[in-house]
Ligand binder design. Structure first.
Ligand SMILES: O=C(NNC1=NCCC1)c1ccc(Br)cc1
Length: 322
């Protein structure tokens, strides 16, 4: 049941995919950095429902409640949601999964209320799904057996409609031959070693334990402080403010390249590293600090430059310039 679903950019911060849950249409944020499929539900407070499509279980003829099951998730950016669980038929593009665990939000954090999505589709590994007492599988895990190949790909061009392709690679969406890195799924993420990077043409290496994760649920590229300080040292007028790194909008930004596994470098051009105007003639960088830890997070800005291939067969992560 290979298929492709259109991903529509929303306010430069995320891409939304129209998804049918029990015959009800919702605009969901596909997130390769988490493993819960959750939706805004009719049980939310009136205030939380403002501006969103909600899923009403009682209106679906195929919904089944999982009595006593709950979920609760906290994302790395501090946002979160929680609620109850059932199963229903979920269709994305032309790929349908019956009896998919659908997590109904009865609470969502404020950033989700002001956000454009009506919920998330987790596409990381199912070992980090938060449902209790019995952990549930992701849409992709459930769909895999019906696909020609056990993979999906993310095509997220800047300020234009993109797509998530399930079961096949769309060669019209990228150029050249994809390169792949082995993935370690133990932490639940599409994670690989990422120990070398370039600011412009200057090569730097990090400690060997540094990894990267491919995360469509994060907007920017978040890297360790060593990388971020080396990068902005090359940008005249760059400042590290309480909100993150800013610089004069007139600045010429160097490219940033980083290795994914032991592959060739992925290069983010300077143009993509100016995320948006911060205030007046000051702009905000697409590269920001991940805070602590030794994991780089390659978010949507990475996918603005590369077709990302999430292949469960080994597992491995591949990329090719778009
Ligand atoms: O939460 C993460 N990605 N998804 C989302 N973020 C905000 C809403 C959805 C995330 C971030 C960093 C690491 Br390391 C692993 C996962």
């Amino acid at each position: 049941q290979d298929s492709s679903a259109t991903a529509v950019p929303y306010q430069g911060a995320e891409y939304l995919v129209s998804t049918t849950v029990g015959g009800q249409k919702l605009n969901l944020d596909f997130d390769t950095g988490s493993a819960d499929l959750w939706v805004f539900s009719s049980s939310l407070s009136t205030a939380s429902k403002q501006g969103h499509n909600v899923y009403t279980a009682s209106k679906s003829s195929t919904y089944k409640s999982l009595s006593g099951y709950t979920w609760s998730i906290q994302y790395a950016d501090g946002s979160g949601a929680s609620g109850t669980v059932g199963t229903d038929t979920v269709t994305i593009g032309g790929t349908t999964v019956k009896n998919q665990a659908v997590e109904l939000a009865t609470k969502v954090s404020s950033s989700f209320v002001s956000d454009g999505s009506d919920g998330l589709v987790g596409l990381s590994f199912s070992n980090i799904n938060t449902v209790q007492p019995v952990q549930q599988k992701t849409f992709f895990d459930n769909a895999k057996s019906s696909l020609a190949s056990p993979l999906f790909a993310a095509y997220l061009p800047l300020n234009a409609n993109g797509a998530y392709d399930f079961g096949y690679l769309d060669t019209t969406k990228y150029s050249g031959t994809p390169v792949y890195a082995a993935v370690s799924s133990a932490g639940g993420f599409w994670e690989f070693p990422s120990t070398s990077y370039k600011v412009g043409s200057t090569v730097h290496s990090t400690s060997s334990s540094v990894t990267g994760i491919a995360d469509t649920g994060t907007t920017l590229i978040l890297m360790t402080d060593a990388v971020v300080s080396a990068y902005y040292a090359q940008v005249s007028g760059a400042k590290n403010t309480a909100d993150g790194y800013t610089f004069p909008c007139s600045a010429t930004l160097p490219s940033l390249s980083f290795r994914i596994g032991s592959t060739s470098y992925a290069t983010i051009p300077g143009k993509l590293l100016n995320f948006q105007v911060y205030s007046g003639s000051t702009c905000y960088g697409s590269l920001q600090s991940v805070g602590g830890g030794s994991q780089h997070i390659y978010g949507d800005v990475f996918f603005n430059a590369y077709y990302g291939i999430f292949d469960a067969s080994q597992p491995r992560f591949g990329f090719a310039a778009i």
